[in-house]
Design a protein. Sequence first.
Length: 426
Amino acid sequence: MALNKWMHWGMGALLVAAFLAGLPGHALQSDPPFIAEHVPSHDVVDGQWQMRFASDAETALVHAASMVELPDGRLRAFWFAGSREGAQDVGIHSSVFDPGTGVWSEETTVVSRDQISQGWGRHVRKLGNAVPVLDDNGRMRLFVVAVSFGGWAASRMVVLESWDQGASWKFDRALTTSPFLNISTLVKTPPLRFADGSVGLPVYHEMIGKFGEMLRLDEDNRIQDKSRIGHGRKAIQPLVLVDSPHRATAFLRNESDDHPGMLYRSDTYDGGVEWTPLVSSGLPNPSAAVGGVALSEGHWLLVANCNSVERDDLCMRETRDSGRTWTDRIYFHNRASWRGGDLEKNRFLNMIGEELEGTFGVIRDQPYLQRVEHNKCFPRGCEFQYDYPYVIQASNGDLHVLYTWNKSAIRHAWLPARQPGKGGRG
């Protein structure tokens, strides 16, 4: 009986800790202002998007791409890849895009599960999302979701450092982000910068309650403060668009029964110290990740699944009035007419082949077709999937979108600010 009593007290203490961890966070002091990194850009209505693959279809499953611009204008992309999500062979893969030649480099594994385990000194069961930051001194940091036990809700976030622009990595530390066993912190969306040189990292939690936060980290990866985004308990993967030194808007994936099939929204007017309660953005979305950029104050682009049901489309929306009204600018994919997961295999693969025909640099279709057939065809039929977009605007105004293409490849949509020489499949 005494043992049961202590077990109940212990469980109660854990629940109290979880409750306190889920309360809205507040910065201990006023944060420095945001840096609004707006780049003069072309009109997104015009121009020709070019489609490529950043990955090479040699790995069974790929997912959750991110990218960063290097000092010379090239891009380095990261994603996790392996035999299946959560498998022990999953590592962080990478390749580099040269806009001068329009070519992605060979895909390589840059971080392994064993590498993090050895640096951390503890067992690592699986790896997940990875988000890079390039500092002014040339150092690159990579924030990686790592799990020692359980599922993604038991994840922690570790930091690695690179001094060769992401080609090789050294373990730095695991972040202490939560008082509840320091678990259940994940990252997905691009970082932002503050005027004092610190980095803002949008993160989210999935244990007990699901909610977003903003962490502010110094150059030594120490958390200076954090704030809760939105004050709700059913929203994850916040994308933060900075308008001005004190104003930003977050769009969050909806995991609740309120406003089903819609993205959530929260705003800050004081540099991220406080965020408004979650409200519906009015934008349909099937509880899937969103990417985007702020081109100027109130002028935003969002890339997302643009229906409330499935991840079988991917579109770019534009607003010029801070989200009061939106216009659909381009559909990278729209397979809603074949929704249901029962599309006959041959017809499905023919349609996938058409997408490959419109892709620069694809020499052999067969590896991609085999991956897609394995990942997206089932006894009842086949289905399309396009998700997890990550969007940046380069310093020259180019727009870049990376996303998961049918779980089988990382696809790259590129809109040059200045059109390069014409080319096709090579």
